[in-house]
Design a protein around this ligand. Structure first.
Ligand SMILES: O=C(O)CCC(=O)C(=O)O
Ligand SMILES: [Fe+2]
Length: 452
């Protein structure tokens, strides 16, 4: 039987193939994560350092070579129909587990496998059956936290543009929210959400509007169906993974000062919910049944982290003037899930960005709190406390923002002071917030953000 490799690799590299730009997208230097989090002197410094990594360029090269040669070997040993089998995903998991570089979070290696896929798709561009099979393996890899969803989505967008591949799974048609027995939304649906794009675009417009005081508040950012799935995933993480949470800290001076805030926080790398613990139980074979289950039954916490890290970033960057923010693939940063218990004190007034060395420009906070449409759940209301109070330089624009479900707030990290009010004792459920910071480029000119 003919092998994929002999058909695929014999073909010349096509410069117009998607892999080249996918490759550019994929070369996010992991060490930039240290820049995005641990250099900050405001919120959560102590936990941010736990989320940062410093991987040398040599190690990045080793990781890429590991994945490039590993993926090529897998393809070379497989017939085209074979690529669709779970065993190939298992091979990819093994490849990840044999990484030559130790990373704090396995998921940080995902971009290197994405780059390797990019190359192989480029080679396969002229051979549709192989292209589709390799692409589908990439889809399955994304669903197991082996490749970022966004890498597959952008490859798909380019392949579709070239007219060589369509895939409703990756770019599903908008769901009919009124359909009674609609299945739970998939991560792909979350990433493809036109509503999210519109919400982030509206937030960018508000941020650019001088009279909004550098604050944007967008309600129904995802819509009830997706918001409920996101909320479920993050609440599940908060309850099942409590040991991964540490007290939030404010550190303006290098001191850790947990009394500044009443929450516990957890940094999400992007593959949470894949049950790595199960892997450990299996000794030599690290592929748990859950990891290989297909398709994933519901949106996982790591999917939401990836959503803000790449998809929301892309929408925001597209809606702002050119070069206003670092491109989303220029760094890897984690999303911070914060949890305030009923009766917890708030978070003292602070500025997220604390000085010239701090690259943070825009703070995004999404509230995955109970949604009024969720059965049996009371919506978090204004009376529950936990409001985010924003103090823009123009005092008349001061705002008190309740952390109601499916609300997205963005503000300038280096301009808008804010505090979180204590959560009222006895309220129904914890106050959750998912925060993410977007970075400015060096030589940044703040006026460019607000002008055309
Ligand atoms: O939870 C919030 O509403 C805001 C959190 C915050 O200010 C921070 O983490 O810096
Ligand atoms: Fe803050």
């Amino acid at each position: 039987m003919r092998r994929v490799a002999s058909r695929v690799l014999a073909r010349a590299w096509t410069p117009a193939a998607p892999a080249s730009s996918w490759r550019t997208r994929g070369v996010a230097p992991i060490d930039a994560d240290a820049r995005s989090t641990s250099t900050s002197t405001s919120t959560s410094t102590s936990t941010a350092t736990a989320a940062s990594a410093s991987v040398s360029e040599d190690d990045q090269q080793r990781l890429f070579e590991h994945y490039a040669s590993g993926l090529r070997a897998i393809l070379a040993a497989s017939d085209v129909p074979d690529l669709e089998k779970t065993a190939r995903v298992r091979d990819l998991v093994k490849l990840r587990d044999a990484m030559p570089v130790k990373l704090t979070h396995k998921f940080w290696s995902a971009q290197f496998l994405a780059m390797a896929f990019g190359h192989e798709l480029g080679f396969a561009a002229a051979h549709p059956p192989a292209l589709r099979a390799i692409f589908n393996l990439g889809v399955a890899a994304a669903e197991r936290g082996l490749v970022p969803y966004q890498a597959i989505r952008s490859a798909h967008a380019q392949l579709r543009q070239l007219g060589v591949l369509t895939c409703d799974r990756v770019d599903p048609p908008p769901a009919d929210a009124s359909a009674a027995a609609a299945p739970p939304p998939s991560a792909w649906e979350l990433f493809a959400s036109p509503r999210l794009r519109a919400s982030v675009t509206a937030a960018a417009a508000a941020l650019r509007n001088e009279s909004d005081g550098g604050i944007a508040v967008i309600d129904d950012a995802l819509g009830p169906r997706l918001a409920a799935a996101v909320s479920r995933a993050l609440r599940r993480h908060a309850s099942e993974r409590r040991d991964d949470f540490v007290a939030g800290a404010l550190d303006r001076t290098g001191r850790s000062d947990v009394s500044a805030r009443g929450d516990v926080v957890c940094w999400l790398a992007g593959d949470e919910g894949l049950d790595d613990d199960d892997d450990a139980d299996e000794g030599g074979d690290s592929c748990s049944k859950k990891v290989l289950a297909s398709p994933p039954p519901e949106i996982r916490p790591g999917d939401v982290a990836q959503l803000v890290r790449s998809c929301v970033s892309d929408h925001l960057i597209n809606a702002l003037p050119k070069n206003a923010l670092l491109p989303s693939d220029a760094y890897v940063a984690n999303a911070m899930l914060s949890v305030y218990a009923p009766g917890a004190p708030g978070f003292v007034k602070h500025l997220d960005n604390c000085g010239a060395a701090d690259p943070r420009r825009i703070t995004a906070v999404y509230y995955p709190n109970p949604n009024p449409n969720e059965e049996g759940k009371s919506a978090r209301g204004v009376d529950d406390g936990g409001e985010l109070v924003a103090f823009p330089s123009d005092a008349s624009r001061r705002r008190s923002i309740a952390p109601v479900g499916d609300r997205l707030v963005m503000f300038y990290s280096d301009e808008v002071e804010h505090e979180v009010r204590g959560v009222r004792e006895g309220v129904d459920g914890e106050r959750l917030a998912l925060s993410f910071w977007f970075l400015k480029p060096t030589g940044f000119d703040p006026s460019a953000m607000r002008s055309a």
